[in-house]
Design a protein around this ligand. Sequence first.
Ligand code: HEC
Length: 124
Amino acid sequence: MKKLLFVFTLVFVFSCKKEPEVVTNVLVEESTYSTKDLGKELFEGKGMCNTCHKEDTKIIGPSIKEISKIYRDKKASISVFLQGEAEPIVDPTQYEIMKANLQITKTMTEEELKALEEYMLSFK
Ligand code: HEC
């Protein structure tokens, strides 16, 4: 019995010792995962924005670079637009197509919208 207890204690001490290492790893991973990375993930994942917006070329929607340039020049906010609280300034004649997507972005958190904005504005 005593032997068994000793083994348990050893296992316990060992597992306690290991914990800080694991925590450090998680922290390192988090610090390299930026807001922009989250934006990219949403743009290509949940938002499915990349089906209509490519980096350089206009397909169904204007290119990300075009949107980014106009928003930077006019100092407008993409996240406000994505909440459905601002008028379109890039191509108002095609707004109906974009408007349908606001149903998705309106359900996103402020953090997610900021991430999408940061990701799009990073194209110059
Ligand atoms: C079905 C195609 C389609 C999808 C999917 C789509 N867009 Fe668009 N988007 C458009 C079109 C078309 C326009 C041009 C109309 C306009 O300017 O509002 C546009 C315009 C925009 C604009 C400029 C709005 C302005 O001020 O005129 C932004 C910002 C934008 N899209 C972001 C996004 C984001 C973020 C997503 C993903 C959540 C997304 N789009 C998904 C078609 C799409």
